[in-house]
Design a protein. Structure first.
Length: 259
C-alpha cells in the first residue's frame, strides 16, 4: 500500500491528462447525449482542474528539491570522506595573501612552498599590500615556536632571482628551521606553485604565462588526500634541488611525519 502512495503523483498526472484530452475531444463532438458531460467540463471546471494540476506539479517539484538537497548533502559527506573538505577558487592577489595569512595562523608545524616566477617575491609588494604582511607573518611564525619548519623551493631563472636566493641563504645561516633550496628554471616554462600547510591544506597557483601575474589561477584545497599528493610532489622536487652554499643536504622524505 505504501508503495502505491509513494507514486500518487503518477496517478494524478494520468487522471488529469485523461480529463484534459477528453474535454478537448468533447468540444468537437455534437451535443446529443454528451451534452451533460460537455456542460460539466465547461471553462470554469477546466480552470479548476488546471489549478489542481499546477498544485500537483508544485508539490512534486518541492519534493524533488528536498530530495536534491539530501543528495547534495550525501555527496558533500562523500567528498569530505574522500579527503576534500573545501575546494575554493581565489580570484584576486589581495585575497590570496589574506587567505594565506589566515591559514598560517592555524598551522602548527610545517609550511612548504615553491616559488617559480620570473621576479623575486619582493616584487609582489607592488601588486598587493598583503604580500609584505604575508612574508612578515611567515618569518614571525617560523621563529615563534620550536618544532616548526619552513621549507622553500626557489626557481632560478635570472640574476634577480639568484641574488634574492643568495640573500635568503645568508639570512637562514642562523635559523635551523628555515631551509631554502633552488632549481634551475626557464622563465617561459609554465609551472604550478604551491604552499602547503601541515598535512591538510594546500594553495595551488597556476599561470600559463609566468610573466603575467594577472593571469594566475588560484585554488585553496583542504583535505588530507590532496595535501598528500602535493607533499609527495614537493618532496620529489626538493630531493633534486640545490642547497644553499655550505648547507648540509636535508632530506624531507625520511623526516616527513604527516604525509
Amino acid at each position: 500500500m505504501l508503495s502505491y502512495l509513494s507514486e500518487w503523483h503518477h496517478y494524478v498526472y494520468g487522471i488529469l491528462t485523461f480529463v484534459f484530452i477528453g474535454a478537448y475531444v468533447l468540444h468537437f463532438l455534437p451535443q446529443g447525449k454528451l451534452g451533460k458531460l460537455k456542460a460539466i467540463l465547461e471553462t470554469e471546471t477546466i480552470l479548476m482542474l488546471v489549478l489542481i494540476f499546477v498544485a500537483v506539479i508544485a508539490a512534486r517539484v518541492e519534493h524533488i528539491g528536498k530530495k536534491a538537497d539530501i543528495r547534495w548533502e550525501q555527496a558533500s559527506d562523500l567528498f569530505r570522506r574522500e579527503g576534500f573538505q573545501e575546494f575554493k577558487s581565489i580570484t584576486s592577489t589581495d585575497q590570496i595573501f589574506r587567505e594565506l595569512s589566515d591559514a598560517l595562523s592555524d598551522t602548527d608545524k610545517e609550511v612548504w612552498a615553491t616559488g617559480f616566477r620570473p621576479d623575486p617575491p619582493k616584487t609582489l609588494k607592488s601588486y598587493s599590500p598583503g604580500a609584505s604582511q604575508w612574508y612578515e607573518d611567515l618569518d614571525k611564525w617560523t621563529s615563534a615556536q620550536s618544532g616548526r619548519t619552513y621549507l622553500r623551493l626557489v626557481g632560478i631563472s635570472n640574476d634577480a632571482n639568484q641574488d634574492w636566493f643568495d640573500e635568503e641563504c645568508t639570512k637562514q645561516k642562523n635559523i635551523s628551521n628555515r631551509v631554502f633550496k633552488s632549481l634551475e628554471w626557464r622563465e617561459e616554462t609554465p609551472f604550478i606553485n604551491m604552499i602547503i600547510f601541515d598535512d591538510d591544506l594546500v594553495f595551488l597557483m597556476f599561470r600559463s604565462d609566468p610573466a603575467l601575474i594577472e593571469q594566475t589561477i588560484r585554488y585553496k584545497v583542504s583535505g588530507k588526500e590532496m595535501t598528500k599528493l602535493a607533499r609527495e610532489w614537493f618532496q620529489a622536487l626538493w630531493e633534486i634541488g640545490q642547497s644553499c652554499e655550505g648547507d648540509k643536504e636535508l632530506s624531507i622524505t625520511s623526516q616527513n611525519k604527516s604525509g
